[in-house]
Design a protein around this ligand. Sequence first.
Ligand SMILES: Cc1ncc(COP(=O)(O)O)c(C=O)c1O
Length: 428
Amino acid sequence: MSEHVDTICVQGGYQPGNGESRTPPIIQATTFKYTSSEQMSRLFDLSESGYFYTRLQNPTNDTVAAKICEMEGGVAAMLTSSGQAANFFALFNICNEGDHIVASSAIYGGTFNLINVTMRKMGITCTFVNPDCSDEELEAAFQPNTKAVFGESISNPALIVLDFEKFAGAAHRHGVPLIVDNTFPTPINCRPFEYGVDIVTHATTKYMDGHGSCVGGAIVDSGNFDWMAHANKFPGMCTPDDSYHGVTYAKDFGKAAFITKATAQLMRDFGSTPAPINSWIMGMHLESLGVRMQRHCENALKVAQFLQSDPRISWVSFPGLPGDKYHALAEKYMPNGTCGVISFGVPGGREKVASFLDHLKMISIATHVADARSCTLYPAGTTHRQLTEQQLEEAGVGIDLVRLSCGIENADDIIADLKQALDTVFGE
Ligand SMILES: Cc1ncc(COP(=O)(O)O)c(C=O)c1O
């Protein structure tokens, strides 16, 4: 297969044989037939591979996971029913009650809540660090029971580019993996494994699907983290699993250990499986990801430049914009483009922000981002409304922040819509 990710997103994951369908088939089935109960027992023991029940694995889901795996340059991958499930599984696969996570404070509000509230109830604590913290501050966040470091390659909605090497260096010094949510740049623009990241997650709901049609998630493992070298920290990976007749994932499944454990244990017990039809649709949409990302990035740059030149806008944040605080990191880790999402400040308080959004005509107000159709959201009033003022500040989400997701329409139409709404609310 090609080294070019925009070729892999078209061709990867599925190679039909002679006379077989050019598009991958949809195996919209819950179960699979066998003629020998002995063989079924071996499947249950994981001593033989094969499909038996879609809650654990399904061929259509696996075909799309294989495409995403190739795009990220990983060794194993799985799909989940949502991005939330992907992040939860990636962390819970290696964190037990009494364990601890170090996470960037600039992450999606839903993920922040997952880690800060729900996982805390499960006895897993977290220290959040400012992604711009010094090496010393980052070091100080670790505890003897720390099991993972988590961040977003480009944070939603603050658009902070994670310093992969700083975070990977600290994680590895403490013998734990760095897990990064790579939803915003996608592997078209950024391949975190090349900079020391161990495990990547995605909300495929966003650019990968890109058409507002399928909620979904993915986890990809680089295969680079040596679990057995840190066996005392990761007993779930490195000691026998009684619920699977004593398999030891890190020994028995080599580089596929992390994904095998997440599938065998977490999918079995939590059942956050995507519907095969959703995976199939998302897989079709993946084929255009390369061209879509290019257009999203071009549009976002033009729109960011327009907003920057408009005196009615207080500030603009877009890592693709020269002069942006995170432009240098973006140039280093995602030189071909970042994403289509911009955040900017609308002055005058909550009511003015709301009025500005209400006057947009083509750009829709949607609890969504990273989609073919331009859309916008006011995070402090919606996705992040459960956060305190201090948490909002730590997450880089001010009360004047508007998030705009530039679609793949003509950039002039996006700009014209923003301009007419600004003219109406603030005067020309
Ligand atoms: C960066 C990021 N990660 C994860 C999620 C959660 O994904 P989902 O909505 O598919 O559960 C989102 C949703 O917006 C997101 O933006």
